[in-house]
Design a protein around this ligand. Structure first.
Ligand SMILES: [Cu+2]
Length: 278
């Protein structure tokens, strides 16, 4: 190749590399194995994941191409056993490959901080739910309302919450460390004994979502499922009005003992009664 030709092809390669993010932004990015996220913060988390994945593909692909090039271009040849030309100390190149990774890390760090701040933000809530994890189930209560949901092992309780509202969750544990994990929310948080964990969901897509305990917490950890039913605001209000009008759950606290007693016969009763009723 003539020098002018070489320069032109190099310029074309640089232009292509620089415009890659713009080209990629124009097309639908794959999910890279993650859920899209049905909450506002969950969607941001998902986009961050996509950004990290794209960066990894570009950097990994570029590194791989360089390696392939060197392996093929400077491979041992039968006829030519002499050492190829030895070079060292290309200062501009060394500065470049030190600064570029630092800039990449700073970029990923900054994007992470921005998204994390959204995930942990607790704006003034429009609804509040108290969640208590226990061996091996979940209890959901609504401050100022009668709604009371509890279930364990095979009972799979369902937390009901409104869509398009900032819903504050006060998460506690009655015994050991549990994990409040809703895959479709891209969200997981420990429920820790003696500690209150507060976070906020704003779910944009009504629906029924699966949740589970994500921390090995004892014998029936594997059965510690729950559901989250996200209702449009009017349906949620109607549900809550029905709960508040229901006189059979007035003495909700007293019921928790009864529910603990209804558990699967495989669960040791002494444990379930002493801890499930909390
Ligand atoms: Cu658990």
């Amino acid at each position: 190749m003539k020098p002018a030709q070489q320069r032109r092809s190099r310029r074309r390669a640089i232009l292509l590399a620089l415009s890659a993010p713009l080209i990629l932004a124009g097309c639908q990015l794959p999910s890279f194995g993650a859920y899209g996220g049905v909450s506002k913060a969950g969607t941001d988390t998902f986009k961050l994941w996509q950004g990290f994945s794209v960066a990894a593909v570009i950097i990994g692909g570029f590194t791989f191409l360089l390696m392939i090039y060197v392996i093929v271009r400077y491979r041992a040849k039968k006829k030519d056993t002499s050492l190829p030309k030895q070079t060292q100390y290309n200062i501009p190149l060394e500065i470049l490959y030190t600064i570029v990774p630092i800039l990449v890390v700073i970029g990923l760090f900054a994007a992470t901080v921005v998204v994390e701040n959204k995930v942990v933000a607790n704006p003034t809530p429009q609804a509040t739910i108290n969640v208590t994890a226990f061996q091996w189930g979940w209890k959901f209560t609504y401050p100022g309302h009668k709604a009371y949901i509890v279930g364990q092992t095979t009972q799979t309780p369902t937390m009901v919450m409104p869509a398009d509202q900032d819903v504050r969750i006060n998460l506690r544990s009655a015994d050991v460390v549990h994990g409040f994990y809703v895959p479709r929310f891209n969200f997981s948080r420990y429920a820790q004994p003696g500690l209150l964990n507060v976070f906020t969901f704003n779910i944009t897509k009504p629906g029924l979502y699966k949740g589970q305990c994500a921390q090995l917490c004892g014998l029936y950890h594997s059965l510690m499922y729950f559901n989250v039913r996200v209702l449009p605001t009017d349906e949620y209000d109607a549900w809550m009005a029905k709960q508040d009008a229901n006189t059979s759950i007035v003495n909700a606290a007293a019921q928790s003992g009864a529910v603990a007693a209804q558990i699967s016969p495989r669960v040791p009763t002494n444990r379930a009664q002493s801890q499930g009723a909390n």
